[in-house]
Design a protein around this ligand. Structure first.
Ligand code: HEM
Length: 148
C-alpha cells in the first residue's frame, strides 16, 4: 500500500471533490421534494420535478457517493494517515453511515414521488433538509480538528 502514500494529495483532492458533489445532492434533493409537494399530481410541473429528481439521484448523487467511498477507503488504507488509537475516525465513520442511510431514505421517497404516492408533507422535507447539514458540520470538525 506504499504507492497510496505517493498518491495521497490526489486521493485527498478527489475525496473532497466527491464529497462536495454528494453533499450538493443531499442538500438539493429534499429541497426539490419541498417544491414538489406544492405541485398537483399529474401536473406538468410535477412531471418536471420527477425528471429533475431522477437525474439528480442517478446522475450525480449515486456516482458521487460511490466515489466518496472509493477515495475515502483509499485514504483509510494510506500508510501512516489514520491513528487508529484515536476516537475521531470511528465517530466519523458512524456519521458517514448515517449519511448513507439518509441517502437511501431520499431514494425511497423519490420512488414514491415518481409513482405519485408521496404521503409526507413539505414541512417534513424541510425538516429533513437540515439533517445532512448537521452531519457535515460534525464530520468536517472531526477530520480537521481531530478533537479526541
Ligand atoms: C466512506 C466514507 C468515508 C471515508 C472512509 C473517509 C475517510 C477519510 C480519511 C481516512 C481521510 C484522511 C484524513 C487525513 O488526511 O489524515 C479523510 C479526509 C477528509 N474527509 Fe473523509 N471519508 C469518508 C466520507 C467523508 C464525508 C461524507 C465527508 C464530508 C461530509 C468527508 C470529509 C472529509 C474531509 C473534508 C477530509 C479532509 C480533511 C483534511 O484536510 O485532512 N469524508 N476522509
Amino acid at each position: 500500500m506504499a504507492w497510496l502514500a505517493e498518491l495521497y494529495p490526489w486521493t485527498k483532492a478527489l475525496h473532497i471533490i466527491s464529497v462536495i458533489a454528494w453533499m450538493a445532492g443531499l442538500l438539493y434533493l429534499p429541497r426539490l421534494f419541498v417544491y414538489h409537494c406544492g405541485a398537483g399530481p399529474g401536473s406538468a410541473q410535477a412531471e418536471t420535478f420527477k425528471t429533475m429528481e431522477r437525474r439528480l439521484l442517478r446522475g450525480i448523487m449515486n456516482p458521487a457517493m460511490a466515489a466518496t467511498y472509493v477515495f475515502g477507503i483509499a485514504l483509510l488504507l494510506t500508510p501512516g494517515l489514520v491513528e487508529w488509537s484515536r476516537g475521531w475516525i470511528y465517530l466519523k465513520l458512524i456519521l458517514v453511515a448515517v449519511l448513507t442511510v439518509y441517502h437511501h431514505a431520499l431514494a425511497r421517497w423519490r420512488k414514491r414521488f415518481a409513482a405519485d404516492q408521496n404521503a409526507k408533507s413539505a414541512r417534513f422535507y424541510r425538516f429533513m433538509n437540515e439533517v445532512p447539514t448537521l452531519i457535515m458540520i460534525g464530520i468536517v470538525i472531526l477530520v480537521v480538528v481531530r478533537p479526541f
